[in-house]
Write a protein that binds this ligand. Structure first.
Ligand code: ASP
Length: 419
């Protein structure tokens, strides 16, 4: 099946899942057959199998692909430059994202006049966010196998980079191993293609389940908060990234957005940047024309430290909670929010719901009540889906820009219409 057909199929399965989920939620959730069998068994089981099979590929793919990428670079200076550019791009776009979110939220003022009694939110038990020092120490795995088994991305990236560097330094022996890794990489890419074939079913079940369980009633009291987050996410995805792409690469941004659709649907339905890594690497290499030496590094790194969508939610949530509790914030506090949320986004793992946990750190920083998180928890599932789609778009946009600047972008492939 060609990619265009597959994208269309995945898109339709998302739409059908959405429509069916809403219908089930409105009219059929009182039937035990629908709720217990269809939603909580059929949709749940297929959806979870789909997510598990995506996650199954993450660790081997990141390790193999990154080792190949570093070995192909063949130059540690280049690697350092790549890392520097990636960090600069990721951190500055996150700061832009949260500034945009706070500005929009201040303009619309969601939460003003909010009636606290309308929410029936469960109590939120804040969890301890890891400290910056611990985050830095955790970069180095004391046991790489454990890091792999637990799917810890940054230590895995660290070990893979070192392994790749050692291959370059090992001369002839390194060349032989590099060749083997290239073969493994080709096999991993085939595995990704196999998995894509079940994607329409997986996406359908995940979306149908979420929408049948999420009623409108949780959104209505929070509609202003919800819409401001969605608005800022859309502006960031449709204006900020295209502008940056156009400015730094001169490429056609319409092509980028079109080719990102499939990856965004994966991120949307799984709510996990990590689970989307294999699809995002494949897409940036095969469709956007980025060389493996760049994509294999910047995509997993971005999925781990670059969370623009999450930062947007955190910015709007901070203003919302300040409004609800009628605690006015000054300019220094907003600057502190920008700084903390940017750092928090580095420490946020690319898995569902972590953004809310890290929000506790941001709220603490400016002295807002952490219990405020309970107010927005009800709509977070849907927002998590949308912000994850933005998170992965940012990783790909950064990857294309960095690849172009490194002469590692196949422009012909980028411009090629999907067939
Ligand atoms: N689900 C998000 C991601 O994986 C993280 C978050 O905002 O909770 O990118």
């Amino acid at each position: 099946m060609n990619t265009k057909n597959l994208t269309t199929q995945i898109l339709f399965s998302m739409l059908f899942g959405c429509i069916l989920g809403i219908i089930l939620n409105l009219y059929f959730m009182d039937y035990a057959f629908v709720k217990d069998f269809l939603v909580n068994n059929v949709f749940h089981v297929i959806g979870q199998i789909f997510i598990a099979s995506l996650k199954m590929l993450v660790v081997p793919l990141v390790f193999i692909s990154l080792v190949c990428g570093v070995a192909a670079l063949g130059d540690i200076n280049k690697l350092g430059r790549l890392g520097g550019k990636a960090l600069l791009f990721y951190v500055s776009t996150t700061a832009i994202a949260i500034t945009l979110a706070i500005s929009l939220a201040l303009l619309v003022a969601p939460g003003e006049g909010f009636n606290l009694s309308v929410t029936t939110a469960p109590d939120f038990i804040p969890q301890e966010a890891p400290s910056l020092a611990q985050t830095i120490i955790n970069l180095v795995p004391d046991n790489p196998v454990k890091a792999m088994a637990e799917g810890q991305m940054l230590p895995l990236i660290f070990f893979s980079l070192l392994f790749g560097i050692a291959i370059v330094m090992a001369g002839k022996a390194g060349k032989r191993i590099e060749q083997q890794f290239n073969d493994y990489n080709a096999i991993m890419m085939e595995l990704v293609s196999i998995l894509m074939k079940i994607a329409p079913f997986g996406v359908f079940c995940l979306i149908a389940k979420t929408f049948s369980l999420q009623g409108y009633d949780v959104i209505m009291p929070l509609i202003s908060y919800f819409l401001v987050v969605v608005g800022a996410l859309l502006i960031h995805a449709l204006v900020t990234y295209p502008l940056l792409l156009k400015t730094f690469t001169g490429l056609n941004v319409g092509i980028f957005l079109k080719k990102m659709r499939q990856v965004q649907i994966f991120a949307f339905s799984t709510s996990s940047s990590n689970a989307t890594i294999p699809i995002n690497i494949e897409n940036t290499e095969k469709k956007l024309g980025v060389d493996n030496s760049v994509a294999s590094f910047t995509i997993p790194l971005g999925a781990t430290i670059n969370m623009d969508g999450t930062a947007i939610m955190q910015g709007v949530a901070t203003v919302f909670i300040a409004n609800v509790y009628q605690i006015p914030l000054g300019i220094e506090q907003y600057l502190a929010v920008i700084l903390t949320a940017t750092l928090a986004s580095i420490g946020t793992a690319g898995v569902p719901g972590v953004g809310l946990i890290m929000l506790a750190m941001v709220l603490n920083q400016v002295g807002l009540p952490v219990e405020g998180i309970a107010l927005i928890i009800g709509v977070d599932r849907l927002l998590d889906m949308m912000r994850t789609a933005v998170n992965v778009t940012g990783d790909a946009a950064g990857t294309v820009i960095i690849a172009k600047s490194e002469g590692a972008l196949n422009q012909e492939r980028y411009n090629k219409i999907l067939s």
